[in-house]
Design a protein around this ligand. Structure first.
Ligand code: MLT
Length: 268
């Protein structure tokens, strides 16, 4: 039998759990500035998604990986830590995983934060680009993802952080990247599901995000029941690392104002 995925995490602070999930192809270290600054308003937990950072990959062939498998691994990890409910913050692919968690276990969400993410599925052109990237990563490793993504990743005021972001991307593994590419390519459209999310939401987007434009966050705000939208001026696709003070200033009051959901035991 395949071994269950081992999810590595770091944590800091006290209070209601706030789980910060990175995007592709990064790891939990992109949230370092939030982990360092927000421990007075929440218990911050920063996992590495399966196959990234120090977490083991999903079992099975890469082509079979689905976004729900990442969500299930995250829920199993939360169960192992005894986290009955938590606020989930997802960056980009981490947001796709967060929306899958919202579909699988809506009652466990105290709040939802989506950073530079979107609810829609890939277009057919987008899927074709994913499969081209998968072929390039299979042949050349993580440098293929760096070449495809890095030139458009950061807002111009933050280009001094290019080397740092490149290093994070390069230290990921081919065996971690491939399943994530297939999972993103096959993820469902979550737009209609947004209206069913009861937890308060916060949407953050860099004004200069050329990977996932801020209009995607505005669209999600229009479909969610209760959502605030904050733009991070000048930032690109990784605002938590490009403009940490602005991101923390948006997260702090949102997180401080959340209450745990009332959990109804099954069968009652
Ligand atoms: C990410 O940052 O997770 C990716 O850019 C998301 C994507 O490629 O759709």
């Amino acid at each position: 039998m395949a071994k269950p995925t081992s999810v590595h995490h770091t944590e800091a602070g006290q209070g209601l759990p706030l789980v910060l999930v990175h995007g592709f192809p990064f790891d939990g270290t992109i949230w370092a500035a939030q982990l360092a600054a927000l421990g007075d308003v929440a218990r911050l937990l920063v996992p590495d998604l399966p196959g990234f950072g120090h977490s083991t990959p999903l079992p099975g062939p890469p082509e079979a990986a689905r976004i729900e498998h990442y969500a299930a691994a995250l829920l199993a990890w939360a169960d192992g830590l005894g986290l009955a409910s938590f606020t989930l913050a997802g960056h980009s692919m981490g947001g796709y995983v967060a929306l899958a968690v919202a579909r699988l276990a809506p009652a466990r969400l105290a709040g939802l934060v989506l950073v530079g993410s979107r609810a829609g599925a890939d277009t057919s052109d987008g899927v074709a680009r994913r499969y081209a990237l998968a072929a390039a990563v299979a042949e050349h490793g993580p440098i293929a993802a760096v070449d495809a993504m890095l030139p458009r990743l950061l807002g111009s005021p933050y280009s001094r952080q290019t080397a740092q972001v490149r290093e994070i991307m390069l230290r990921q593994s081919t065996s971690g990247l491939l399943p994530a590419i297939y999972a993103m390519a096959t993820r469902p459209d979550s737009t209609a599901a947004l209206a069913t999310i009861a937890a308060p939401a916060l949407l953050l987007a860099g004004t200069d995000d050329a990977t996932i434009p801020p209009s995607e966050s505005e669209l999600m705000r229009d479909h969610l029941r209760s959502a605030a939208y904050v733009e991070i001026p000048g930032a690109g696709h990784v605002p938590m690392l490009e403009a940490p003070e602005a991101v923390n200033a948006a997260l702090r009051p949102f997180v401080a104002g959340l209450r745990p959901p009332i959990l109804v035991p099954p069968g009652s």
